[in-house]
Design a protein around this ligand. Structure first.
Ligand code: ATP
Ligand code: MG
Length: 353
């Protein structure tokens, strides 16, 4: 069986460091591992419209921004197909057939959908399209026969939903769809990076992000304003590192070589954490170190992004070509789905017999 990756992001804003540790950096590693036969990376504009129907311009403006972020992080269009979801209309048709295989109560139980409904104050007025987005995500994944989906932890319920659809479809219509496997970051701190405000998730929709494209001084300003342990008021007070975003970011980004380079008085992160717990280590010092770590990680990405920004017509062509390639793959799956469902009436004249 071919090894195929499908993953993507909503063009609701530029990508942030949560995307980077949660999914983007893993994608780049998988891409460069040479272990995968096909890699599809989708800019999920149709999904983004499910909760942004009144802001199509925002989605449109962010298509190229997300593509630039991909290229900046090392997604290589020679190895990975980058495409735009709505340019592959087959995905919508698949969604429509899959909707019949899922109950309303099943979608209502999806914990990610539940919390996103709350976050968006949708309780009394959930758009039907938004409610159904886990089903459309199953269409995206199965259209490419993806075997691996590298995403953040919030996507676990979506993968569960997708597997259920695959089983149900295959059991009713015969073996057609491929069951995917989720690939979560191995570093616990990267599963769901908190926002700089300490909220549980850094998210474009919550405005608590450090963006991959933020300039050096913006990153610094955000880091220095970060939420930490609210009970760590004076330098000498003992502090808490668990659930403290500054230390979670260090867990996510810090490499051993950054200590001799930026903070040689400590051997490693454990020593730094111990000192914070004991008391006597101020937040400003830790934040300054985090800022240096982040700058070291982000500056090559920022530089590559600036180069690609000079070549927007090339980025546009990459998306156009990628969308064509993606469409022909999805069309093949849709053809197989229609045959399995016996709604391929005009493939031959067997309807007459
Ligand atoms: P929105 O607020 O519009 O939903 P988002 O910031 O949640 O945007 P998505 O486009 O929904 O971003 O998510 C894209 C990918 O990034 C998914 O795989 C998701 O799991 C991952 N991801 C998003 N935010 C984080 C985070 N804070 N930590 C780890 N992974 C994340
Ligand atoms: Mg999201």
């Amino acid at each position: 069986m071919k090894k195929i990756i499908l993953t993507g992001d909503r063009p609701t804003g530029r990508l942030h460091v949560g995307h980077y540790v949660g999914s983007l950096s893993e994608r780049v590693n998988l891409q460069n591992s040479g272990l995968y036969d096909e890699i599809y990376i989708m800019i999920a504009d149709a999904q983004a419209l499910t909760d942004n129907a009144e802001h199509p311009e925002k989605i449109r403006q962010n298509i190229l921004q997300v593509a630039l972020d991909y290229l900046a992080c090392g997604i290589d269009p020679e190895k990975s197909t980058i495409f735009i979801q709505s340019m592959v209309p087959e995905l919508t048709e698949l969604t429509f057939y899959y909707m019949n295989l899922v109950t309303v109560s099943r979608v209502q139980r999806n914990p990610t959908v539940k919390s996103e409904i709350q976050q968006r104050n949708f309780e009394a007025s959930i758009p039907v399209g938004f409610f159904c987005y886990p089903i459309s995500q199953a269409a995206d994944i199965t259209a490419f026969h993806a075997t691996a989906v590298p995403v953040g932890e919030d996507q676990l319920p979506m993968l569960e939903q997708c597997k259920e659809i695959v089983h149900k479809f295959n059991s009713i219509y015969g073996e057609t769809l491929t069951e995917p496997e989720i690939i979560l970051p191995s570093n616990k701190a990267c599963l769901r990076l908190p926002g700089i405000d300490g909220k549980a998730k850094m998210s474009k929709s919550l405005g608590n992000c450090i963006y991959l494209s933020d300039e050096e001084d913006e990153v610094k300003k955000k880091v220095m304003s970060m939420f930490t342990d609210p009970n760590h008021l004076r330098v000498q007070d003992p502090g808490n590192v668990d659930g403290n975003p500054v230390f979670i970011y260090l867990d996510a980004f810090c490499k051993p070589e950054y200590f001799p380079e930026f903070l040689p008085e400590y051997q490693n992160l454990d020593e730094l954490k111990d000192h914070y717990r004991r008391g006597g280590l101020g937040d400003v010092k830790v934040k300054k170190f985090l800022n240096k770590v982040l700058q070291a990680e982000l500056s090559p990405i920022r530089e590559r992004r600036k180069k690609w920004e000079q070549h927007l017509p090339d980025v546009y062509d990459i998306l156009k070509e990628g969308s064509k390639t993606a469409e022909s793959k999805a069309a093949q799956t849709l053809h197989d789905v229609r045959s399995a469902m016996k709604i391929n009436y005009f493939d031959d004249n067997s309807l007459l017999k």
